[in-house]
Design a protein. Structure first.
Length: 257
């Protein structure tokens, strides 16, 4: 569903750019009809500034989206490592305290995987997240109780920090999915793209026929650039996804059975 919406977004941007190019061409033709000998030196400087700003904004937005995409994948690996480490350190706890903790660990990993599987159903994902948070509390309480026995000081020093790291990375990963540029950045980018299309169309007003090669190339390039930026920013919704990295948690769960 959301992949289709992403494709429709790209097509909409492409068509909007074609309209803006045509609008700019007609504005340019009217200008030439009024004064064919007008000096456009000042306009060229202004257009260069606009296109330069557009290039910088696309570059920074794309770079930020790619960095956040890589960070989200890295956080999946870090969470899997944190869970695996905490699970292994349960071995130092008293043997009678280990079975309930191991059972809750298995349920916890299954729930953490379900949180992201349920997306883009936000309500279902939040319900699974609440379940995972509840299991975190149960695991912590059981581990604290088990490590309070006489002679469990070494176990306390190993298990509790590992559990704390496991809980912290889960929170970090949850918040990382919500980090995006302010909406004003996307709005400014869209306005600049469409405005640049008008300026580009105006510059092509001299020809009697339309240069379809450059028109289609410009529209397609800008539409693809915006589409890729949106895909990288929301890797759980479109075609560009981080789902393959979720298998790392599946591998951790397999070692617990």
């Amino acid at each position: 569903m959301f992949a289709l919406l992403g494709a429709l977004f790209a097509v909409g941007i492409f068509l909007g750019l074609l309209l803006c190019l045509e609008l700019g061409r007609r504005i340019g033709q009217r200008r030439l009809a009024r004064d064919a000998e007008a000096d456009r030196a000042g306009a060229v400087v202004l257009e260069g500034a606009v296109f330069g700003l557009l290039g910088l904004l696309i570059a920074f937005t794309f770079s930020g989206a790619a960095a956040r995409f890589d960070a989200r994948r890295q956080l999946i690996v870090e969470e899997a490592n944190a869970i695996g480490t905490a699970y292994l350190r349960l071995d130092v706890l008293p043997s009678d305290a280990q079975p309930p903790l191991r059972d809750r660990f298995r349920r916890y990993v299954e729930t953490r995987r379900a949180v992201y599987r349920k997306l883009p159903d936000i309500a279902a994902a939040e319900a699974e997240l609440a379940n995972a948070t509840a299991l975190q509390g149960e695991i912590w309480s059981l581990a604290v109780k088990a490590s309070q026995n006489e002679g469990s000081q070494p176990a306390r020093g190993l298990v509790l920090p590992a559990l704390n790291a496991m809980i912290d990375i889960a929170t970090t990963r949850t918040l990382a999915t919500r980090i995006h540029p302010p909406i004003v950045i996307f709005a400014a980018l869209l306005v600049l793209v469409l405005g640049s299309a008008v300026l580009a169309g105006s510059d092509m007003a001299n020809g009697e026929t339309r240069d379809w090669l450059h028109i289609l190339a410009f529209a397609a390039t800008m539409a693809v650039a915006l589409y890729v930026i949106v895909e990288l920013e929301f890797p759980r919704l479109g075609l560009v996804r981080v789902d393959a990295f979720d298998q790392v948690l599946g591998d951790v769960l397999a070692t617990m059975r």
